[in-house]
Design a protein around this ligand. Structure first.
Ligand code: MLT
Length: 302
């Protein structure tokens, strides 16, 4: 009967294909922009919760679920907004969509790389304010420059393939990557210190974990070439924000991308509001990938 259907709370916008899949099996409640209190109130009636990166699924949410919540689906890759220890303690699975937005994130990284090299955002803002500043916004060429990719997983390797097409020399650091997989893309794996010391551009593609938190800190900035440009389409937390501001102000870092509040207004920062996964295509595919994972968990297939 209808009441025996599992109930899924979709707390952030999800593509239609994924919603349709969920609706084929469950009662689906789409409720966006919930306050933490509203989320806790709703969660007690749900078997599954689907979020993107905008919802913090902390211990309080699992406690409020009263044991009914069986799966949290993260419509994206990073699960740093979900308290995994609390999920496990409450017998709740956490699933993600590990592949569907890889290319979107890589393309966003390349977009920021080329935009920073040619001052696209700053010169466009200047023109919109009525100016015509050709001399101020002379850029730098990409061909022959060295790009260091930190985190050579799915996104990092897609960025590498594209960057090579632009004539960049690509090196990478990743403690877990296999050298033969890197060689297949024409990339040399090097140590962390070598990667940051040789780079004209650095692109970050690792998850935010205790060992990657603030991996770019004062010590790391001190080892970089003057005028390096940094692209971060991963997580803000992998860069020590105070150290970055110092490096930007002293000219060690010429330009960077960031969404951190204090940095957004810095003139050497190009910021986008966590848009890496936000293409029409990626969001449709992510929705399907996460819906399948959530349904698998609800049906006990995982
Ligand atoms: C991810 O980790 O895949 C991104 O944060 C996705 C998103 O923007 O939801």
């Amino acid at each position: 009967e209808a009441n025996s259907k599992p109930r899924v709370l979709v707390a952030e916008k999800l593509g239609r294909g994924g919603l349709d899949l969920l609706k084929g099996f469950a009662d689906v409640d789409c409720a966006y922009n919930l306050s933490p209190e509203e989320l806790r109130a709703k969660i007690a009636l749900c078997d599954a919760l689907v979020v993107r990166s905008g919802t913090k699924v902390g211990r309080d949410v699992f406690e409020a679920s009263g044991g009914r919540l069986r799966v949290v689906g993260r419509a994206g890759v990073g699960i740093d907004n979900v308290d995994l220890a609390a999920a496990t303690e409450h017998g709740c699975l956490v699933v993600n969509a590990p592949t569907a937005n890889t290319v979107a994130a890589a393309e966003h990284g390349i977009a920021l790389l080329t935009a920073m090299a040619r001052n696209i955002a700053r010169s466009d803002a200047s023109m919109k304010s009525g100016k015509w500043e050709r001399n101020k916004y002379v850029g730098v060429s990409l061909v022959g420059k060295t790009l260091a990719i930190l985190g050579f997983g799915k996104v990092g390797s897609e960025v590498a393939r594209r960057a090579k097409g632009l004539g960049l020399h690509v090196i990478a650091h990743d403690p877990y990557a296999a050298a033969d997989r890197a060689h297949a893309v024409g990339v040399d794996l090097v140590t962390f210190d070598e990667a940051i010391a040789k780079a004209d551009f650095i692109s970050l593609h690792m998850p935010l974990t205790p060992s990657t938190s603030k991996i770019l800190n004062d010590e790391a900035f001190a080892k970089m070439k003057k005028g390096v440009r940094i692209i971060n389409v991963a997580r803000g937390g992998v860069i020590d924000e105070e150290a970055l501001v110092k490096a930007l102000d002293s000219g060690v870092v010429a330009q960077t991308s960031s969404a951190d509040n204090k940095l957004v207004l810095h003139e050497k920062v190009t910021a986008t509001p966590h848009l890496g996964a936000s293409t029409v295509e990626a969001q449709e595919e992510v929705a399907i990938e996460i819906a399948e994972a959530v349904l698998g968990a609800l049906k006990g297939e995982l």
